[in-house]
Design a protein around this ligand. Structure first.
Ligand code: UDP
Ligand code: MG
Length: 313
């Protein structure tokens, strides 16, 4: 019998868990020809999430869990999940039921047909602020234009991955992760299906504007060096025009002599150049920061417990 794992990262989700479990039970009972495993990754929740998971495990042994030693963020929680899943394929979904489990049978159908990465594309995005929605669309557009790897817009982490994709993803062990880009980077046979994204059942999104911005920068800096090239190009343009301007000034002074003029021009040029330099330094800094963090070569996370077994003892 083939084994299917459902991988669910959970951070402060204890209100949604029982509802989630009910929906998943419906699904699993309808698909008896598979063996099921639900793997929760408790990402250092500050509420009773881990207790609820443990209680669920005591009544249903299809439920497994990894307990991380602190909150590492969703991207790392997913990596921890990849390390502990045991199924022939893995379905990633959010704990807040924004990803409807009802389309999982369709994913499984395509998997049986031989597709290795069946991802769900959002037709609608659920309740979300105007700003978040449009910035996110603009962002995907820019990312798409600057990387050679295709990063799909309106596709989140809700997807089915064959064991071969999971094994590949396990090998990508960078600490600052942009998992959405990695699915595309590892390749394999992909298939798209469409769904309507629901609203969160309980609580609120743990991603605010700043954390989304930092994820966005992660996405750019871990998949493209285009911004570095941009600052080179900007530097070239600015210095070429400065050079031409200099020649013009020298000629002008030689012919008409010098008078004290052009103070505003001077200030504008100084400020503009200063700005460009700071921007370029910032961009370079982003990349150096990444190099710094990755060369420390730390393990991306520590797990304190797996299915009741204490780790790192
Ligand atoms: N999540 C996590 N660690 C975090 C933040 C979130 O594991 O530090 C999980 C969360 O429990 C949920 C999923 O990631 O299952 C998506 O989170 P959320 O609903 O807050 O994000 P959104 O749907 O707004 O993108
Ligand atoms: Mg959500």
């Amino acid at each position: 019998m083939k084994k299917i794992t459902i991988l669910i990262p959970a951070y402060n989700e204890f209100l949604s868990l029982s509802k989630l479990y009910d929906r998943l039970c419906l699904l699993m009972d309808n698909q008896k020809r598979y063996e099921w495993e639900i793997l929760f990754v408790n990402d250092g929740s500050k509420d009773k999430t881990i207790d609820v998971i443990k209680k669920l495990r005591s009544i249903d042994n299809r439920i497994c869990y990894v307990d991380l030693s602190r909150n590492f963020g969703k991207e790392i929680a997913l990596l921890a999940g990849f390390d502990y899943v045991t199924g022939d394929c893995t379905i990633i979904m959010d704990a807040d039921l924004q990803d409807p489990p009802e389309i999982i049978p369709e994913m499984l159908k395509y998997w049986e047909e031989g597709y290795e990465d069946v991802y769900a594309k959002r037709k609608t995005r659920g309740k979300e602020s105007f700003l978040r929605k449009n910035l996110s669309l603009l962002y995907y557009h820019i990312l798409q234009k600057t990387t050679r790897v295709e990063v799909l817009e309106n596709v989140g982490d809700f997807r089915l991955l064959d064991k071969c994709c999971i094994n590949a993803l396990r090998k990508l062990r960078e600490n600052q992760r942009y998992t959405k880009g990695m699915y595309c980077w590892v390749g394999f046979k992909k298939k798209e299906i469409l769904f309507d994204r629901g609203d969160r059942v309980n609580g609120k999104s743990s991603f605010n504007f700043l954390s989304l911005l930092s994820l966005a920068i992660e996405g750019i800096t871990s998949f493209t060096i285009a911004p570095l090239r941009l600052s080179t190009i900007m530097g070239l343009i600015v210095s070429t025009s400065a050079f031409i301007y200099m020649i013009a000034i020298i000629i002008k002074t030689l012919i008409w002599g010098d008078e004290v003029q052009g103070f505003p021009t001077l200030i504008v040029i100084i400020l503009f150049l200063g700005g460009v330099q700071l921007l370029s330094l910032g961009i370079i800094g982003e990349y150096i920061g990444r190099i710094f963090n990755e060369t420390k070569n730390r393990p991306p996370y520590f797990a304190s417990e797996y299915n009741g077994k204490k780790l790192h003892k």
